[in-house]
Design a protein. Structure first.
Length: 151
């Protein structure tokens, strides 16, 4: 009976040294994963912003066809906005603000204004280049037919 009590009183725990080693290993792993995580989130944020801008362009095309009117998409690089307006009276239909997304847009190849006709066609073909914090580029292309493609 005494022998059984002796076994129960003995604890099988970890020593302080073992816990410190585990904490040090976990700290090293977190330190190594930090930059990768930041790069991954920057890339995801840039892809998300590119998808939003492409969505704005597609919406402009669809609205132009549905309303049977000419619509204007204006890229304001200083304000960091993409604004959808009616072309005839400048009434604002939608504004997308990308200032907090960590991306930078180059001036679209066709200029800061892109028009969509009631037929769904674009007045000019355009290429929009988006840069993320890591320097990667995402390209949105608008064809003359009004088709919007992200690459």
């Amino acid at each position: 009976m005494r022998q059984g009590m002796h076994r129960r009183s003995r604890q099988s725990g970890r020593t302080l040294t073992e816990l410190l080693i585990v904490c040090a290993i976990m700290g090293i792993m977190v330190a190594m994963a930090g930059p990768s995580y930041k790069a991954m989130t920057a890339g995801a944020q840039a892809r998300s912003a590119a998808a939003e801008i492409a969505s704005e362009l597609r919406m402009a095309r669809q609205l132009a066809m549905a309303r049977r009117e000419r619509l204007l998409v204006r890229f304001d690089l200083l304000e960091q906005t993409v604004t959808l307006r009616r072309a005839d009276n400048e009434a604002v239909l939608d504004v997308y603000r990308y200032a907090d997304t960590g991306i930078v847009l180059d001036e679209p190849s066709a200029g800061a204004e892109l028009y969509f006709h009631p037929s769904g066609r674009s007045a000019s073909a355009a290429t929009i280049v988006i840069h993320d914090r890591e320097g990667r580029r995402t390209i949105i292309t608008v064809s003359l037919t009004g088709r919007v493609v992200i690459s």
